[in-house]
Design a protein around this ligand. Structure first.
Ligand SMILES: Nc1ncnc2c1ncn2[C@@H]1O[C@H](COP(=O)(O)OP(=O)(O)OP(=O)(O)O)[C@@H](O)[C@H]1O
Ligand code: SF4
Length: 296
């Protein structure tokens, strides 16, 4: 796998901010938080340009969540052209190993060096152009992918930081602590922590009930001196939305035609209660000064 490592600084020169989304445990909602972060940043201003790089090599889900499954990636003489979200007028772009697999469901079984090569190639070869923010969705835990990202990005980008996603349960919190420890070890500033699947939004009346424990993420943030960015309840509307985005063929067309206005995913997302809650999270993020972000 050829890569052009020397191009990484030049590629990242035109990207104002890079946010790495981390979680200690799988399935806590890291990819859906990455997707929501991108959608909220996109809609925060009419000229904002946002990219998502999905480096969850063994379980890429961003193309599915953005409704971009199966889109081809073009290789130009100057590198890979990212995939643009339908109707986003080129303001939301995405790159994922999911676009490079022959079919959805194919798995990537790679050892460390090959994974590192892929990440290096993503960082050096994707033509993001000017971006206000690049969000990087990572695999759960802290592994080759995270080390590789830090090795290549920390020396070239001064606005590199992370968001940690956890659920409130003890097992997820204990894994989130490992992420925090990783971030501290590699001097990665943490913007804050989001507690996902915290309570349940009733689809009938919108009331939030605490089915499982809640508040564990907030308590951990306070204990560790992190910014607590907010809680997101289990939201069936959000699941329906992200699952519908993954439809292919006729079903997807039918879904898209219901909302013929540009960027149908965004229209649907804005109607969910998660979107309102995430607006507050973004507000907090935007207000954070970088000097308050660094920890440890
Ligand atoms: N707040 C939420 N309410 C309801 N469903 C959610 C919520 N957050 C995530 N989900 C759903 O839970 C599932 C797992 O979420 P997601 O893929 O974002 O997790 P993940 O941490 O990225 O997982 P992994 O890294 O292990 O692939 C998805 O089907 C997603 O739609
Ligand atoms: S939250 Fe309770 S009261 Fe509200 S609709 Fe659901 S079941 Fe009924």
């Amino acid at each position: 796998m050829a890569s052009n490592e020397g191009r990484i600084p030049q590629r990242f020169q035109s990207i104002k901010q890079v946010i790495i989304v981390l979680s200690g445990k799988g399935g806590v909602g890291k990819s859906s938080v990455s997707t929501q972060l991108a959608l909220n940043i996109y809609s925060s201003s009419p000229n904002v340009r946002v990219g998502i790089l999905d480096v969850d090599l063994t379980g890429p889900s961003i193309p599915r969540m953005l409704g971009l499954d199966g889109h081809p990636v073009y290789q130009s003489s100057d590198g890979w052209v990212p995939v643009f979200a339908d109707g986003s007028e080129g303001r939301m772009s995405c790159m994922s190993v999911g676009f490079l697999l022959k079919k959805r469901g194919d798995s990537v079984v790679w050892r460390g060096p090959k994974k590192n090569g892929m990440i290096r190639q993503f960082l050096s070869d994707v033509r993001w152009g000017e971006l206000d923010c690049l969000i990087i969705d990572t695999p759960p835990g802290t592994s080759d992918e995270h080390l590789s990202l830090m090795e290549h990005l920390a020396p070239v980008h001064s606005k590199l930081s992370a968001v940690i996603v956890t659920t409130p349960q003890a097992v997820a919190l204990s894994d989130a602590m490992k992420c925090l420890s990783f971030a501290r070890t590699v001097n990665l500033p943490i913007l804050g922590l989001i507690e996902n699947m915290s309570g349940y939004v009733c689809p009938c009346c919108g009331e939030i009930s605490n089915v499982f424990s809640t508040g564990g993420g907030e308590a951990m943030a306070h204990r560790e001196g992190l910014n607590f960015l907010g809680s997101l309840p289990v939201d069936t509307e959000l699941v329906t939305l992200l699952d519908a985005s993954s439809l292919n063929g006729d079903a997807a067309l039918e879904f898209r035609n219901e909302e013929s206005i540009s960027f149908p995913l965004m229209q649907r997302y804005k109607a969910t209660s998660s979107s309102k809650l995430f607006e507050a999270i973004l507000e907090k993020l935007l207000n954070l000064e970088r000097c308050n972000q660094a920890i440890g």
